[in-house]
Design a protein around this ligand. Structure first.
Ligand code: NOJ
Ligand code: CA
Length: 558
């Protein structure tokens, strides 16, 4: 494997509407981010991924882009962005933007022109397809529920549909059209020339379509089949577009790119993230893939610790020697990791430290999602009206239509909903958690008086300072090589223990985390040096003693 400039870096995801508000309108913005750059530097962050800040009607919170080359006024201006970029670089950090090009917004000029004139150049940027047997061209279900097809606005009386794998207001872009691809490359290069370090690439596994639109056997009683199953079918052809995207944009800029795509099989992994891969890295979304194999929240099942561990370990083993993964435990599409993946008795600061120990020492580029570093848990929503996300509303309505009670329908949204992680960042114990002087656009987390940055910043035992210690360990001169390039090797103890080794040239690092209520006594093969521990784990000679949530990191010199 070639060494790359971004190896050994730590990334942090900002969800801009909820990070920091500078002007009291209750919505996070670029000046707010600027004011918190020293905080991110203090934490040890190198690369900041900002979820979409482009002009948008925010039907899907910015993942519906109406103008790729302008900043939405709620976040500020392009001048603010340039200032943010300069300030970030001055602190030795980089910014990556969110590249949302499977679809745009129905408010984008392209879509408006396309609908106004079906013979226009822009009409060719979308999938405008004739219906079949008096209905939609196929039976795929969109990611947010309902058919992926709708009648073209302004042409409702014609037998003509446009394709949208996500919301109606997110028409899919037609990647089979070279002219559309050129537009995208031009825009991507414009951002890279500005000096951003790269991109997180949204829903990229969706761009390859079967232009005969054959549909698939129904997977639920609505007669539809989830579009993700078509993506899986088309996966092997994705490289056609992705190699061109790489060659025309990312590669000449030596950009850092992280793809949002399903886990590729071992056979094609090299093509995706090898030395000359389409992307630098891919998120490890293996846990989510297992959960989302079910068609709706009604059937989603939380993973056991063993399942969680097996997903992570599977990815780690597959990437060994080929490339780097991007491990995560949560993002703006998932509930908080500590609430979702830890047992109920560890949905707290202890659990946050335990899961941090697992995540932060894996092989790859770990991504921390805002608030994770202080151990934010899921937010408690008392009514469906407190959920902003269109996906939660769709799932709620579906459950109600199938006879579920209000309370039960709300419970599944609270458990699996994306808004769990989208509530404002908790900075201090003031009325609005230091996030805004106005009214926050979204409900505040219930524990904001006690669970916040201010309470943790100077507390040596806080989750925040534990994250700092893990990051400092990864970056320390002595352990950097092992923790950056050392191979991953699983260690088997029992179903409640997550343990692994990193095999460096001059040392082996052992990570052991106990998620059981019962203490674990574990004998190591040799006597090591305890580098870091949490939740009162201790080590005497070769004996490790880990209570509930206990975690230990040991080094064995060769
Ligand atoms: C994945 C993004 O992370 C999610 O928030 C969004 O809804 C979809 N892609 C569609 O862009
Ligand atoms: Ca604001």
């Amino acid at each position: 494997m070639q060494k790359k400039w971004w190896h050994g870096k730590i990334a942090y995801q900002i969800y801009p509407k909820s990070f920091m508000d500078s002007n009291g309108d209750g919505i996070g913005d670029l000046k707010g981010i600027m004011s918190r750059l020293p905080y991110l530097k203090h934490l040890g962050v190198d690369i900041i991924w900002i979820s979409p800040i482009y002009v948008s009607p925010f039907v899907d919170q910015g993942y519906d882009v109406a103008d790729y080359q302008n900043i939405d006024p709620i976040f500020g201006s392009m001048a603010d962005f340039d200032e943010l970029l300069a300030k970030t670089k001055a602190l030795g950090m980089d910014i990556i933007m969110d590249l949302v090009v499977n679809h745009c917004s129905s408010e984008h000029q392209w879509f408006k022109k396309a609908c106004a004139d079906l013979n226009s150049k822009e009409a060719g940027y979308f999938y405008f397809v004739k219906g079949r047997n008096g209905g939609a061209p196929d039976n795929l279900r969109s990611y947010f529920g309902g058919s992926v097809w709708d009648k073209i606005p302004g042409h409702e009386n014609e037998d003509l549909y446009y394709l949208h794998y996500f919301a109606k207001q997110q028409p899919d872009l037609n990647w089979s059209n070279p002219a559309l691809r050129e537009e995208i490359y031009k825009m991507v290069n414009w951002w890279l020339d500005k000096g951003i370090a790269g991109f997180r690439i949204d829903a990229i596994h969706s761009v390859m379509k079967d232009l005969s639109f054959p549909g698939l056997p129904a997977d639920d009683i609505d007669g539809l089949c989830h579009a993700s199953k078509m993506n899986a079918k088309m996966f092997s052809k994705l490289g056609i577009y992705l190699s061109e995207l790489r060659d025309r944009t990312f590669k000449p800029h030596d950009a850092f790119t992280v793809g949002e795509a399903f886990s590729p099989s071992k056979e094609v992994l090299e093509a995706f993230i090898g030395d000359d891969g389409y992307f630098s890295t891919l998120f490890d979304l293996s846990c989510r893939e297992v959960i989302e194999a079910a068609p709706s929240y009604m059937e989603y099942k939380k993973l056991t610790v063993k399942q969680f561990r097996d997903c992570i370990f599977g990815t780690q083993q597959m990437y060994n020697g080929i490339g780097m993964s991007a491990p995560i435990i949560e993002n703006h599409d998932e509930p908080r990791g500590v609430s979702y993946f830890m047992p109920p008795y560890l949905n707290n600061a202890e659990g946050a430290k335990a899961i941090a120990t697992v995540l932060m020492l894996l092989r790859g580029i770990p991504f921390i999602y805002q608030g994770q570093e202080i151990g934010m848990t899921n937010t408690r929503f008392d009514s469906i009206d407190e959920h902003e996300d269109l996906f939660a509303h769709d799932e709620y309505n579906k459950a109600k239509a199938r006879g579920w009670s209000d309370a039960d329908a709300l419970a599944i949204c609270n458990e699996h909903g994306r808004d769990n992680a989208r509530t404002p960042m908790l900075w201090d114990d003031s009325e609005n958690a230091g996030f805004t002087t106005g009214k926050p656009w979204m409900k505040l987390h219930q524990d904001h008086k006690t669970l916040n940055v201010k309470a943790q910043y100077h507390d040596e035992n806080s989750v925040f300072n534990y994250y700092r210690a893990l990051i400092a360990l990864r970056k320390s001169k002595e352990h950097f090589d092992c923790l950056t390039w050392g191979a991953f090797e699983p260690v088997s103890v029992n179903d409640a223990v997550i343990a692994y080794k990193r095999l460096g040239e001059s040392e082996t690092i052992l990570v052991v985390v106990n998620t059981a209520k019962e203490p674990l006594v574990y004998e190591t093969e040799a006597e090591g040096t305890l580098l870091l521990s949490c939740n009162e784990a201790s080590c005497t000679g070769r004996t490790l003693t880990l209570g509930c949530g206990g975690g230990a990191v040991l080094s064995f010199k060769k």
